[in-house]
Ligand binder design. Structure first.
Ligand SMILES: [Fe+2]
Ligand SMILES: [Fe+2]
Length: 326
């Protein structure tokens, strides 16, 4: 048995053997394959949280569509927010292949039973925040998600391939918003810097708590769902950001940030994890707003779901009639 792999209830010895073989040989587990219950549960939790994050993540930027400074900026932002909706839908579909239906996942989101990424509980008071979200938040998402394209569960890995292509476009559009501001007036440069100051640390926290405080990570790595630890990914992100910040001309708000010749990486300061846990507990700037908005959208969309269901029933009845007649 692969070290560290702890299968759930073994009701099918051959299935388990095949599962372990797939994991060790770095092949993909597909929905019809036997899998340990704990593997299934971990995936449902991770994929549905990821889907919820995409859907809730539409709000902080959706707020700016009508206020974006030009028609072109509005069109770009609208396309970006639509991409996020698409990401949510691919991911809900991937989670459904594990036997959890979409209504259950929606219910968990709007009742607050399910989590989504805490980063979306921060407010977006300035236009520069659209730049910071693209550059830092989508940037961190890419670092996290590129290795997920090789996740051991096939439907998740395949959804991530397409998502990552779109995320890298998002990151560049955010960078470009900040670049335009940094090439602008004194007050535009100040707006960009102030926004980067607010988003930098929360973006670094998107990788999750330090490895020592992340007990489930080890199991996810043994199952090859996760390929790198939280701290490894965070380091990779910081190393990627520094030259980009230099190109932009913004300062990253960390006095301890400096190149470490020996390690071949940038050293960076301690993060304030008490803030992370506080936002996670529901005390962020916008936790209540995000959930209320999502709930209202869900309730407001009830008639659409009803109409779609009635239409599908009608089509099915017509198809049945046709079959009877033939
Ligand atoms: Fe996304
Ligand atoms: Fe994105």
């Amino acid at each position: 048995m692969t070290p560290g792999i702890r299968p759930g209830a073994v009701d099918d010895a051959a299935g388990e053997e095949r599962f372990l073989e797939l994991i060790t040989s770095d092949s993909r587990v597909e929905p019809t394959d036997w899998m340990p219950e704990a593997y299934r549960k971990t995936l449902v939790r991770q994929i549905s949280q990821h889907a919820h994050s995409e859907i809730i993540g539409m709000q902080p930027e959706g707020n700016w569509i009508t206020r974006a400074p030009s028609l072109k900026r509005k069109a770009i932002l609208m396309a970006k927010v639509q991409d996020e909706a698409g990401h949510g839908l691919y991911l809900y579909s991937a989670a459904q292949t594990l036997g959890t239906d979409r209504d259950t996942m929606f219910e968990q989101l709007i009742t607050g039973a399910a989590k989504y990424s805490s980063i979306f509980n921060y407010l977006t008071p300035t236009w520069a925040d659209m730049g910071s979200i693209g550059w830092l938040v989508d940037g961190a998402a890419i670092c996290n998600q590129v290795p997920l394209c090789r996740a051991s569960y096939g439907p998740y890995a395949r959804a991530m391939v397409r998502i990552c292509k779109e995320e890298s476009f998002h990151q560049r559009q955010g960078f470009e918003i900040l670049l335009a501001l940094m090439n602008g007036s004194e007050s535009q440069r100040a707006m960009a810097q102030e926004s980067v100051n607010r988003w930098y640390a929360p973006a670094l926290m998107m990788f999750g708590p330090p490895d020592a405080d992340s007990p489930n990570s080890r199991q996810s790595m043994d199952w090859k769902i996760k390929r790198f630890s939280n701290d490894e990914l965070r380091q990779r992100f910081v190393d990627m950001l520094v030259p980009q910040a230099e190109a932009l001309g913004v300062t990253l708000p960390d006095p301890d940030l400096k190149w470490n010749e020996e390690r071949g990486h940038y050293d960076f300061g301690e993060l304030d994890w008490s803030e992370f846990y506080d936002v996670l507990k529901g005390n962020g700037q916008a936790n209540a707003v995000r959930l209320n908005t999502r709930r209202a959208a869900h309730e407001g969309g009830a008639w659409v779901r009803e109409a779609a269901r009635a239409y599908a029933d009608k089509q099915a009845a017509a198809a049945a009639d046709l079959e009877l007649a033939s």
